[in-house]
Design a protein around this ligand. Structure first.
Ligand code: KIV
Length: 290
């Protein structure tokens, strides 16, 4: 079997042998977790980068609303619309299909698209699922539990997002570490309630390592995906632009530039996958809250 992709986008780098890899599904993610293998996730927003990430062995591609900041030049994710998310989810799904990729695609529900009611969330989650997402992500605990249950009961896998939730950056007072001191108990209860509601994944963003590590043990059916949360989680996620060192602003402290020492984007992504799998990323010493 040829190792190159016929692509309308130009020449894509040689892929890992696709036939040797199983499509990623919820049971497959459970399998990885059971055998103690870390889950890898990266953001991607278009067909080509999604295909490259897939070829590098990234299991989950998050079409994150961070695209508002890295693609659209917005100062936060608040201005991202459902139509923009639909467009990017569709592009990523098309890219993965073209290369017969295996990645699990997570589509972010943007600010204002799920807060009104669970029916509103279902309508908008349907838009992203029909565009090619396998799962939707929404931010927040507490009030989101009922919505998560409503979506999961209707066949839509859900990834929750706790800790630093960028859509509520104005309420949080900035991009700060969450879940310290007394707020750790609240975050823990929210995470357990989200698991009970059926969330099969939760992003834990900028929370202390002891909290994310103990939550990982307490959430056997809801895979913890950390970002700035230490290396005790079931998996890791990074914003692609950050890990390629092409962020327009300042990189968060916990990010590593995986392009360093590499000669291609695919090699950088493969290095990320290897470092997450062997536990050398994240490096806990790089951020004080770990
Ligand atoms: O939108 C996004 O990229 C995210 C990640 C930071 C987890 O939510």
């Amino acid at each position: 079997m040829s190792n190159t992709h016929a692509s309308p986008y130009g020449t894509l780098p040689p892929a890992s042998p696709v036939a040797a890899r199983k499509p990623i599904s919820l049971p497959r993610l459970n399998e990885l977790r059971e055998r103690g293998e870390k889950i890898t996730m990266l953001t991607a927003y278009d067909a080509t980068f999604a295909a490259v990430a897939d070829a590098a062995g990234v299991e989950c591609i998050l079409v994150g609303d961070s695209l508002g900041m890295v693609c659209q030049g917005l100062s936060s994710t608040v201005g991202v619309t459902l139509e923009t998310m639909r467009y990017h989810v569709e592009s990523v799904a098309r890219g993965i299909r073209r290369v017969q990729g295996t990645a699990w695609i997570v589509g972010d529900l943007p600010f204002g698209s799920y807060q009104e009611s669970k029916e509103q969330a279902l309508r908008h989650a349907t838009v992203l699922m029909q565009a090619g997402a396998h799962m939707v992500k929404l931010e927040g605990g507490g009030w989101t539990t009922e919505t998560v249950h409503f979506l999961v009961e209707r066949g839509i896998p859900v990834c929750a997002h706790l800790g630093l939730t960028p859509q509520t950056v104005h309420a949080l007072g900035g991009y700060r570490v969450q879940g310290r001191g007394d707020s750790a108990t609240k975050l823990r209860h929210e995470a357990l309630a989200l698991q009970d509601a059926g969330a099969s994944m939760v992003v834990l963003e900028m929370v202390p390592k002891p909290l994310s590590t103990s939550l990982t043990l307490e959430l056997p059916t809801c895979h913890t995906i950390g970002i700035g949360a230490g290396n005790g989680t079931a998996g890791q996620v990074l914003v692609m632009h950050d890990m390629l060192g092409v962020n327009l602003g300042k990189n968060p402290k916990f990010v590593r530039n995986f392009m360093e020492g590499q000669t291609s984007v695919q090699a950088a992504m493969s290095a990320y996958v290897a470092a997450v799998k062997d536990g050398t990323f994240p490096d806990n010493a790089k951020h004080a809250w770990a």
